[in-house]
Design a binder for this molecule. Sequence first.
Ligand code: MN3
Length: 201
Amino acid sequence: MAFELPTLPYAHNALEPHIDTKTMEIHHGKHHQAYVTNLNNAIAGSDAEKLSIEDICKNISKYPAPVRNNGGGHFNHSLFWKVMAPNAGGNPTGDLAAAIDSAFGSLDTLKTQLNTAGTTRFGSGWAWLIVQNGKLAVCSTPNQDNPLMDIAEVKGTPILGIDVWEHAYYLHYQNRRPDYLAAFWNVVNWNQVAENLKNAK
Ligand code: MN3
């Protein structure tokens, strides 16, 4: 079955003023849709049509570049929409809060590490919070790669991903990627990240 663009779980304007409406419309409706369309075209008639996007990512070295770029794009954005929400932000609780304290010492340290991972990723890519051998870790990837991929420098199960491509922030923040990253913490959906942590273990 062909992959499909997931419905955005909130309105395009729901993340204002942190993520602007126009960016959300283009990012979800044009960029993510293009990854889905191009992924479906790239795997048409191949065995990959029967696989989940996770299984495609885990074996990405077996596939040509269009599958890596667009399959990564589809997985990454599907996660990204869910780890943001209106009226979100604040502090994580429960097992997630404990796991963050255990791995990083504090939430602020985690945020600093993710902001640094995002700002130092040259060009386009993603900053990630991953589960690696049962523990949390921060890393980044170029382009539409992700830590599930067998070619990733740092491997793990992503539970939070932050898109640092210019298309994610340029209309509102222009060249100020650090300001976009700072604003992201006002819309981070810790409930979803906690759910992702539970599923990753
Ligand atoms: Mn994007």
